[in-house]
Structure formats: C-alpha cells, structure tokens
Design a protein around this ligand. Sequence first.
Ligand code: NAD
Length: 492
Amino acid sequence: MQSNRRDFIKGLTAASALAATQSVAKPFVAQPFTIIKDLKKISPNDKIRIATIGMGIQGNYDTQAALRNPDVELVAVADLYSGRLEHARTAFGQQLFTTRDYREILARPDVDAVLVVTPDHWHDHITIAALKAGKHVYCEKPMVQHLNEGKAVIDAWKKSGKTMQVGSQRISSAAFQEAKRLIQAGEIGAINYIESNNDRFNAIGAWNYSVPPDASPQTVDWDRFLGDAPKRPFDPIRFFRWRNFKDYGTGVAGDLFVHLITGVHYVTNTLGPTRIYSSGNLAYWKEHRDVPDVMTSIMDYPKTEQHDAFQMVLRVNFANAGKISNVTRIIGNEGTVEFSENNLILTKKKLPIAPGYGNYDSFFTFTEDVQKKFVEEYDAKYPPETRTAEPVKEVKFEAPKDDDAHAKHFADFFTNVRNGSQGTIEDPVFGFRAAAPVLACNESYFENKVVHWDPVTMTQKNPGAAKSKPAGSGTKKSIPAKKAVTAVTKKA
Ligand SMILES: NC(=O)c1ccc[n+]([C@@H]2O[C@H](COP(=O)([O-])OP(=O)(O)OC[C@H]3O[C@@H](n4cnc5c(N)ncnc54)[C@H](O)[C@@H]3O)[C@@H](O)[C@H]2O)c1
C-alpha cells in the first residue's frame, strides 16, 4: 500500500506542477466535488497522510505540531503564494506535492486528512469540500467566518462520518485540563463571573505582518484568495495582512476572543451565552484596517444543569502600553481559578456563616439598649464555630515543561481518525458553539445592537445584516448564496 502511494505521488508530480502554474490566473470557480466512497480504514500501524492547505505562519506551526506525532506524514501542500510553496519544499522535503489549487489535494487518494489553515473566509468552503471528498479535517479557528455558515459545516461533518477537529489547541494544555478538573470538582463553588483578555502592544502582535518584496500578481493567486469576497485589484497588504479586513478575517473577536471563549466553554461544559453585546474602537493601528483594535464584549450565560448563571467579559486591547497580564479568571462564590496556557492559581475563600457586625456597619448608629439586644440575639443565633472563615488557600499549578498542547491537540485528532471516531475534544458542534458568540460580538459592534442567541439550537434569534456578505460581493455563481441561520440539532 505504501509503495502504491509513493508511485501515485511520483506520477502526479509533473502533471501537478503544470496544473499549479496554470492555475495562476484562473478566476475562482467552485467545482462540484465527488464523494470518494470506499475509503480505506487506517490501521494502527499505517501512517496517516496529511496535507496542509494554507502554508502561511500557522500552517507551518500546525504542520510541525502534527508531525511531532508518530506515524504521520506530510504528502502535499496548497498555498496561493509561490514563495510559500517553495519554502514548504525546503522545510518539509522536495518530494512534497505542491499546488495553488486545493482541489487537487482533495482529489488525491493518498491524502487521509487535511489541515485547513487559510484565512477565515475560506474555512467553510474548503472544510465542506474536504469532508465531501472523504478527508478528515483539522480546521483552524474560528471554524467559520459568519454566523450563518456553521450549520453547513456541521451537516457536512455528520454526513461524512469523518473526524474533524477545530484548532484552538490551548484546550489540550495541561493547565486548561487542570482548570476543567477543578471547576468540575466544584472547587470554587457556583461560577458567577468570568473575565478573560488578550492585550498586546506591538506591530506584529497587531497583525502588521511582513510583506515579501516579491509579492506580485505573478507570485500570488489573487483571484483565488478573494474567493467569495468582493472583487478588487491586487493588494499585497490585503493578502499578507488579511486579518485587518473584515472581508477575509473576523477581527479581534473571531481571531482572539475565540481562544478565550473556547477555553471557558471547555472548562465549564457550557453550551454558550444567550445575550451578547460589544463595544469597541479603532484606537491606534489606523493605517488601513477596517476592524477595531480595542474591543470589550459582555456575554450572559443562563443557568443550566452544568452551571449557575454567569456573566463573561472578554477584552482585546492592541494599544495597551501598560503592564500586560493576559489570563482567564473564573470567579465562583467559593474561590477563583486564574489560568493561562502554562500555569494556574486556585484561590479558595469561603465566607463564615455568621455575617459579623461592627466597623463600617450600622451597628454603632443604634442606641445602647438596641445594641445590647442585637448582641444577645446575634450570640444566640451564631455560636462560635459559625464565626470563623476557613483560611484562604492558594494552590499553584505549573504545567510540565514538556507539555505540548499543540501536538496533543493533533494527537487527539489522529487518535480519533485511527479509531474511526468523531469524538474529538473540539468537534464542529463544540467549535461552532465557541465561534458563533464571538462572531455575534462583531455583529453587535458593527450593527450597534445586542445579539440574542440560542446556544442549544445554535440559532440567532435576531439575525441582522452582518450575517451574510454584502449583496453583489464575490463571484455569486461560484458559491451558493448564504442561507438564513437555521436551527442545528443538538449533538447526540
Ligand atoms: N490556533 C492558533 O493558535 C492560530 C494561530 C494563528 C493563526 N490561526 C489561524 O490560522 C489561519 C491562518 O492564519 P495565518 O496566520 O497562518 O495566515 P497567513 O496569511 O500567514 O497564511 C494563510 C495562507 O493561506 C493561503 N491561502 C489563502 N487562501 C487559500 C486557498 N484558497 N487555498 C490555499 N491556500 C490559501 C495564503 O497563501 C497564505 O499563505 C487563520 O484561520 C487563523 O485564524 C490559528
């Protein structure tokens, strides 16, 4: 089986190189995808063959993390900038099949799983096509770019029977797993408030990535990059700094809140908020972007069987020139858990039963007789054992030095692939329940409204204009028009 596959790769290389050069000036046209039936099972001794679609910054990190797992082999790469295809062959081996057209990868029987690491506006299209082509999919966060795109991905995943993992890898870290253990063990009592932030103050952190000096319409497949986004002339800034533009990215909410909310959903077992409101501003990085660089969002989580009602506040500030401390803090009525990817502090604090009296209290304003009566009643009601609080306890957890959340996130994906199971830690239902509220943060910001969301059915109750792309955008014929948001059945 292995040698057949190698022959297949060799045979394809020449033809594919030709196809890659021919695809340079092709306009974006979605093709009907063939469902490949009869896929071979991957036995525990077989290698899993992966291909990376989008070999930019994270594509390289994802691929390296995937390959830190045993018996995983990279066979193909798709990207739209020639320099990155060349770099991929240098970094991962000259034998790699490389192309600008991801559909050539989906057509290859020697590819078992694809890593979708493109800009956000391509996630749903490539993921759905890959599942239909019988590939397992590791898709980067946020799973989709718009609220109304989640259902189609979930449906395609369910129909395909394939394994899918969404890529907020931090939930596979030891610290996040410890946070989940503590919260589920009731260590901090009922949760009432959560805050989480990701602040930065540097150009690269604010997504102003380096643009290669050879960027041109010859080295970049601009038409394919645009996909279903509005047509416009070649612009290397938009291609290499796509996060700064809402046509291709999802702003600080989709890009960074999604990591924060994924962590919170993972440790609390929540299904999501019902009410979402954002406020923000483009405060500092004003050169060309059309998304805010400072944003705060408030989400209300209703009481469920899993948790009490709580409020969550998320913040990104790309212009925080002060001391930066990026953590998630979960506050309960018996303590707090504060954690980041590598460490965690549990602080336990339980109030005594007796409320106490005196100091800044109304007690001293009572007459002497009333004070005496008050003390008698208090002593009768609160015996000494009810008056002392348990001492405040602080427990620190440090992740093992070799904890590799990224490789572990892939390990979970590959284990499920080998077992023929769909039960990954971040499957598309979980992935969409995390993505939808942060995409709603954008809708709230751009439309100046509160978004009402049903986390059980995954349905927006007050859909607005931002749920679909602007009329007349992109190549309408090539991608089916976005349908209104509809209910998604709960995961069994
Ligand atoms: N999980 C994480 O911690 C994490 C971190 C960073 C980025 N990401 C996610 O990874 C994705 C990529 O981000 P990035 O920083 O690597 O961006 P990037 O711009 O560095 O790379 C994206 C690459 O995708 C290629 N591309 C675009 N459209 C394509 C298409 N249709 N077919 C094939 N290739 C295509 C581009 O040529 C580019 O090289 C985003 O969704 C981002 O949110 C996740």
